[in-house]
Design a protein around this ligand. Structure first.
Ligand code: BGC
Length: 354
């Protein structure tokens, strides 16, 4: 970073450690008004989250915050990060984006509530000449291409589905009798799906199963339902399925770790001799603990920290007028893709130490 900075009030209203608190977020927004509009010589980043109540997104926001602090202490320059909680309302998020723009943010990072709202936000940012980085919730390509300073930072949903399916395939190949409890040569499964319409729900659901069937294993879907990425909803769905199918469930696929943990909660509530095999996606801290405890067979690491790093690197490069392609690995001029990695008991340590 080249520019020197004026100090702003953000560091005093940093959210507390752990999940971002509602009060802290509110404070951040109030501080936003207090900082005054117009540009000064600090980099101002406005980050809009679809909801702070999402474990993965909340971790990305915390990583971004930590990285901003590191970047500041490394350079002595000032970066102000504003974080807004959209509370799952697109109209709330629109207001937050308007406020970020009105207050002179230099770069916006937006985790859309509704992926179809991308065009409106893209046009607002373009009209103000403020670069925009969408993350985690991928807009359609036409929306990304509305302006050359619009980017997407995320991970390839299809890859996560394939890796999750391969975990199950490996388990089948390693110890088929343990998995095929009915002994019928067919893998009976249930699928806990994320939010409808989210690219990760659609593609993980499809490609996890495709990886298993491409590996030559016949499957039978007993049930599938959305639990909206949510642990409590997943526990409720799983409890119903356990009543309905009992030990007939051989595998529980969950589109993310929170829902896998919900399935574990339901199983823990109805003691039984053997549990179905459970797989998730994200490698959140509680999920890694569940892998260590032998409750979660495996997960797929969703590199939230890498996504936060890419957003900050992009923001710094854009603010400094540098070529973003020198700062991050850009595909097709607009996309930064972070790789997924499978996690099981075998390589767990690598992820726990991160
Ligand atoms: C994560 C989920 C998260 C969702 C939010 C997905 O990539 O795997 O845990 O709830 O993004 O958009």
């Amino acid at each position: 970073m080249r520019r020197k900075t004026k100090s702003c009030c953000f560091p005093s209203c940093r959210p507390p450690a752990g999940r971002l608190g509602g009060a802290a977020l509110l404070a951040a927004l109030l501080v936003l008004s207090g900082c005054g509009g117009g540009k000064d010589n600090s980099l101002r980043i406005g980050a809009a989250l679809y909801t702070q109540d999402d474990t993965f997104i909340s971790a990305v926001a915390q990583d971004l915050e930590g990285l901003v602090r590191e970047a500041e202490s490394g350079t002595g320059n000032k970066i102000t990060l504003f974080i807004a909680d959209g509370k799952s309302s697109q109209s709330t998020q629109m207001d937050q984006v308007d406020r970020f723009l009105a207050r002179g943010c230099d770069v916006l990072c937006v985790n859309l509530v509704d992926r179809t709202a991308a065009a409106v936000i893209a046009d607002k940012a373009a009209a103000e000449g403020v670069p925009l980085v969408f993350f985690n919730r991928q807009p359609v390509a036409e929306d990304i291409q509305r302006w050359d300073r619009i980017y997407y930072v995320g991970a390839d949903a299809r890859e996560s589905g394939e890796l999750q399916g391969k975990l199950v395939l490996d388990a089948w190949r390693t110890d088929r009798t343990a998995l095929d409890r009915s002994g019928d040569g067919v893998l009976q499964y249930v699928m806990l799906e994320g939010e409808p319409g989210h690219q990760d729900s659609l593609l993980r659901t499809e490609y996890s199963i495709k990886a298993v069937t491409d590996g030559g294993v016949e499957v039978e879907k007993l049930a599938n339902e959305t639990a909206n990425w949510n642990r409590a909803q997943a526990a409720a769905r799983t409890a119903q399925w356990l009543e309905e199918f009992g030990d007939g469930i051989e595998v529980i696929f969950a589109n993310n770790d929170d829902m896998a943990l919900g399935a574990i909660d339901a199983l823990a509530d109805t003691p039984r001799e053997r549990w179905p095999l459970i797989v998730g996606v994200d490698a959140t801290a509680p999920a890694l603990e569940a892998v260590a405890a032998g409750q979660l067979y495996g997960t797929v690491h969703n590199d939230g920290r890498g996504q936060a790093e890419a957003m900050l690197d992009l923001a710094l490069a854009l603010w400094n007028g540098e070529d973003p392609a020198q700062a991050v690995e850009l595909s097709a001029g607009h996309y930064v893709w972070l790789p997924y990695r499978p996690v099981t008991m075998e390589n767990l340590k690598e992820f726990q130490e991160k």
